[in-house]
Design a protein around this ligand. Structure first.
Ligand code: AMP
Ligand code: MG
Length: 421
């Protein structure tokens, strides 16, 4: 059962909840997604691994040559003289294996990746040899054991290779293939339903009438959640009618793990999402001490988790990245850090701020000549100004207790490139 109640100590005099408290309350209340799926590794990129992978083999499987050259015994290398010579006894190419023993002071012509003959331990690069086709001459700069890749050097048989909960990257897929695995178990996709609400909101495919505006929120959210581990359900635009909102949310709750709507959660006269959902008793309506994005609804509709985001387009994206995305990654069981690491950059502007709320102005982060990160704000920061988000490459994170920022002060930044999957 989700508990969405906050204690009185978390709420200040004006009824605003601290950002950290809201985030913790959400994360603590989330149900964990059940269900796994067996998929071919070619279809597993971006999916969350549901089993830990123990290597069934050594990688590389055999000790092999790292270069094209001549394999020999390191103990036969010259120590004091300038030059030694070896007779070429045989040739091994990648994919071949030499079974015969190598005679004293003989060597074997070997190609990159070819298995080392059992009794040889050193390879001389061909560029460092003088060869007449039958013998090679080398100088004294070589050392025993060089240019050889040892069996199990990358991965040992029985070693833990990937931990369950890892969101699989292209390198992980290659790694799985290198172990000879073709299928793996991943968590099933999270089913997310997305709705916009509001009588003034029009589909971009229709003609907005006077007083109307085009729906951007649903598109931002659908784009942000266009991922391999998510199945999206587009609920379209729901009008400001209690009965219609309830009908649509209840229908979505029968198949979605998570429902995200935007608009209608503040205190306006037409905030029907709020009145429709209040009746269910399972949804909490918070005013969070953040800017932008103050109102937020969170709770349950039947067995589905529900987020009611604000209506303003920037507030939607801020609350999405700060609350919803970490929630999604937790539900999916992803055990990496859910959102971007916080970096420090020097502010190039002054930024007005008062203590008592966490603010997320949008910024452009760059490096100065000394290699230090610096950030400038993207002009007007109104919560309806979506272009402030589009031209930015980072959130500037100004913590609850901070006051106005002077140019040159360090601020925290969260790069968007780490947020987008
Ligand atoms: P609300 O919280 O419903 O009063 O919405 C706050 C503001 O966000 C209003 O100016 C709405 O017109 C605007 N808004 C609501 N939904 C959307 C949407 N889907 N796309 C763009 N703007 C929206
Ligand atoms: Mg509205």
């Amino acid at each position: 059962m989700i508990s969405t109640q906050t204690s009185c100590t978390d709420i200040n005099e004006s009824g605003l909840i601290h950002f950290d408290t809201a985030k913790k309350t959400i994360l603590d209340a989330l149900p964990r997604l059940h269900g796994t799926q067996q998929v071919p590794i070619e279809q597993a990129t971006g999916r969350c691994l549901a089993e830990s992978i123990i290597s069934p083999i050594n990688v590389p499987a055999q000790t092999n040559s790292a270069v094209d050259g001549y394999a020999l015994r390191g103990s036969e290398l010259a120590t004091d003289t300038d030059e030694t010579s070896f007779t070429i006894q045989a040739r091994v190419l990648a994919g071949q294996f030499l079974t015969e023993a190598c005679l004293a002071n003989h060597c074997v012509r070997i190609m990159t990746g070819a298995a080392m003959p059992n009794d040889l331990d050193t390879v001389i690069m061909q560029e460092h040899c003088q060869s007449d086709g039958n013998t090679i001459r080398i100088d004294a700069r070589h050392s025993a054991g060089q240019n050889v890749r040892h069996a199990g050097e990358d991965i040992q048989q029985g070693e833990l290779v990937l931990q369950q909960g890892k969101q699989l990257s292209p390198a992980d897929i290659g790694l799985l293939a290198s172990l000879g695995l073709t299928e793996i178990k991943v968590r099933r996709k999270l089913r997310i339903a997305i709705a916009s609400t509001g009588d003034e909101v029009y589909s971009p495919a229709s003609l907005a009438s006077v007083g109307g505006l085009y729906d951007s929120n649903r598109y931002s959210l659908l784009a942000a959640l266009d991922r391999a581990d998510i199945e999206l359900i587009d609920l379209g635009i729901i009008p400001d009618q209690e009965a219609e909102l309830l009908k649509q949310f209840n229908a979505a709750a029968s198949y979605a793990d998570l429902i995200i709507s935007s608009g209608g959660v503040s205190v306006g006269e037409a905030d029907f999402t709020k009145s429709a959902l209040k009746a269910s008793g399972q949804i909490n309506f918070w005013k969070i001490a953040i800017k932008p994005g103050r109102p937020l609804a969170f709770g349950k509709i039947q067995q589905s988790t529900f987020f009611g985001l604000p209506g303003n387009p920037v507030a939607v994206l801020v609350t999405f990245y700060q609350f919803v995305l970490p929630a999604i990654e937790k539900m999916l069981g992803i055990n990496q850090q859910a959102i971007a690491p916080i970096l420090k950059a020097r502010s190039l502007n002054s930024i007005r701020k008062r203590a008592g709320r966490t603010e997320f102005p949008r910024g452009i982060v760059s490096q100065n000549a000394a290699g230090e990160l610096q950030v400038s704000t993207t002009g007007k920061q109104g919560s309806g100004i979506l272009s402030s988000m589009s031209i930015a490459n980072a959130f500037i994170v100004l913590q609850h207790d901070r006051e106005s920022i002077q140019p040159g002060e360090w601020v925290d930044v969260q790069l968007f490139s780490n947020l987008f999957h």
